[in-house]
Ligand binder design. Structure first.
Ligand code: MLT
Ligand code: ZN
Length: 480
């Protein structure tokens, strides 16, 4: 048995045109009648952007509504004044969707952060948009339930932002995206109307489901002001394996073998250089051998049977030479330690200001796509370090291109943007998507037409016009 049980203790900043008439002093005059506002330089730089680094933070101010009525009043006021509004949650987005670079008024939902109701019969929680993801998860867990949408930014992301971007994360293979867990949604449209959508119903066959139009719309159609989220039973004793896989071509053979016999809750890939960066920050290296690729697999193992199955699969794959080593967790603490190898990649490499691609292809196309992408990226980035990691079981790969320290940021961004154009063309050949889960925001809109047809984009624009005729909600995001 080779499986050991782990013992671990603006260069591309583009201006879009939209109405803007207010200046900071006027904001201070008008907004306090509606809700608290801030215009000090520190707040402007903090609330003016998300975790993406390509765009400057230049809002005019930040409004902090505390009630739905105040959000409605803000939207009415913005329509009268032709003032652009940018919604702001935990600002953990990676696509510039919550960036205000052109004097917009940021609308922060951090003061609308209350859990309003827990319904044990419906297995649901109704809450305001500013509730932190982890607060929601903990609240559910304290009552014996589980909110399964999860990702590394759980400690600061907010439920409103998760819904606005249809957040995915590490458990999508089993539980799906945020969309699957939203049974009710209150939104304030760009016209300042309040819509109460689906009202927590499980079944509701009454025509178009507008709820799903607002989920993932990145704050361009309406602002989410309340949500009802569904819960499920907590997973029983999740176990984690990390396997060392030498050949890219074998990655999905491992996936097929495990998925056929176990109910997987995660199937993640990361490359040797990701492991090196994470280990350099102090996360224990679990292997004596080194390998080009690593897979993290999670499944429930309430009895011995699933783990026995996993060990048998591991041994078969070992005999076939598809994996060369593996570790398994035996406790929750060990499972968390193994997850650090994957979840700490973003933080461990943030210092290199990575240019991020977040792509998806149909799961069956992963290996040929990755082989073609590898050819493209090795040819176009011979002198840059490129990280591959992500939710490979969903067909979703994150590509992080690290900026060499001496290289000017805007030159780096321009070069990466040009390569992204080629990547987008390749994705189109594979029926892929230029954004799997981070959203289009500002960073991907130049490539939208490789994933969505011109006819589709026309319909998106028409929908925007219907819900936000004056174009005041998060203008310039997704498309111009
Ligand atoms: C992840 O899966 O770790 C996140 O989507 C963050 C990232 O891509 O950096
Ligand atoms: Zn991700």
């Amino acid at each position: 048995m080779a499986l050991i049980v782990l013992v671990l203790a603006v260069g591309i900043f583009s201006l879009s045109r939209y109405p803007l008439t207010m200046h900071t002093p006027q904001l201070e005059q008008h907004i306090p009648a509606i809700c608290p506002v801030r215009t000090d330089p520190d707040s402007l730089s903090v609330y003016g952007r998300d975790w993406s680094t390509l765009y400057p933070a230049r809002p005019s101010g930040i409004a902090f509504p505390e009630t739905i009525e105040q959000v409605i009043a803000l939207v009415h006021w913005a329509n009268q004044q032709q003032m652009a509004l940018v919604p702001s949650g935990g600002r953990t987005g990676l696509s510039g969707g919550a960036t205000a670079s052109q004097g917009e008024l940021v609308v922060s939902f951090e003061r609308m952060n209350q859990i309003l109701n827990f319904d044990p019969v419906a297995a649901s929680i109704t809450c305001q948009p500013g509730v932190i993801t982890q607060t929601l998860q903990d609240y559910a867990a304290e009552r014996g339930w589980y909110y399964p949408v999860d990702f590394a930014a759980r400690g600061s992301s907010q439920i409103g932002g998760n819904i606005a971007t249809n957040a995915g994360g590490i458990n999508v293979i089993r539980y799906g995206l945020t969309r699957n867990w939203i049974s009710g949604l209150k939104v304030v449209t760009g016209r300042g109307e309040l819509l109460d959508l689906n009202k927590g119903l499980i079944k509701n066959a009454t025509g178009y489901d507008l709820r799903h139009l607002f989920i993932g719309s990145e704050g361009t159609l309406g602002f989410i002001v309340e949500a009802t989220v569904q819960l499920t039973r907590p997973p029983q004793q999740p176990r984690v394996l990390v396997l060392a896989v030498p050949e890219l071509a074998d990655v999905m053979a491992v996936f097929t073998a495990f998925r056929q016999h176990l109910e997987l809750s995660a199937f993640e890939l990361f490359t040797a250089n990701c492991m090196r960066h994470v280990v350099a920050r102090g996360v224990p290296q679990p292997f004596a051998v080194s390998s080009d690729y690593y897979l993290l697999i999670e499944f429930e193992s309430a009895s011995d049977e699933p783990m026995d199955t996993a060990l048998q699969l591991f041994e078969q794959l070992l005999e076939q030479g598809k994996v060369i080593d593996g570790v398994a967790s035996e406790s929750e603490a060990q499972a968390q330690a193994l997850w650090q190898l994957r979840e700490d990649i973003t933080e461990a490499t943030a210092v290199y200001q990575p240019y991020k691609n977040d792509i998806a292809v149909p799961v069956g196309q992963i290996v040929p796509f990755l082989q073609a992408a590898n050819d493209l990226l090795s040819r176009e980035y011979p002198d840059y370090e490129v990280l591959w990691f992500g939710h490979i079981g969903d067909g979703n790969l994150h590509i992080g291109v690290l900026k060499p320290a001496e290289l000017d940021s805007s030159e780096f961004a321009q070069r990466c943007a040009a390569v992204t154009e080629q990547l987008a063309q390749l994705l189109a050949q594979f029926n892929g998507s230029i954004s799997a889960e981070h959203g289009v925001g500002l960073t991907k809109k130049a490539y939208l037409s490789y994933t969505r047809s011109a006819t589709e984009i026309n319909y998106l624009r028409t929908l925007k016009q219907v819900f936000d005729p004056n174009g005041i909600l998060n203008p310039g995001k997704i498309f111009d």
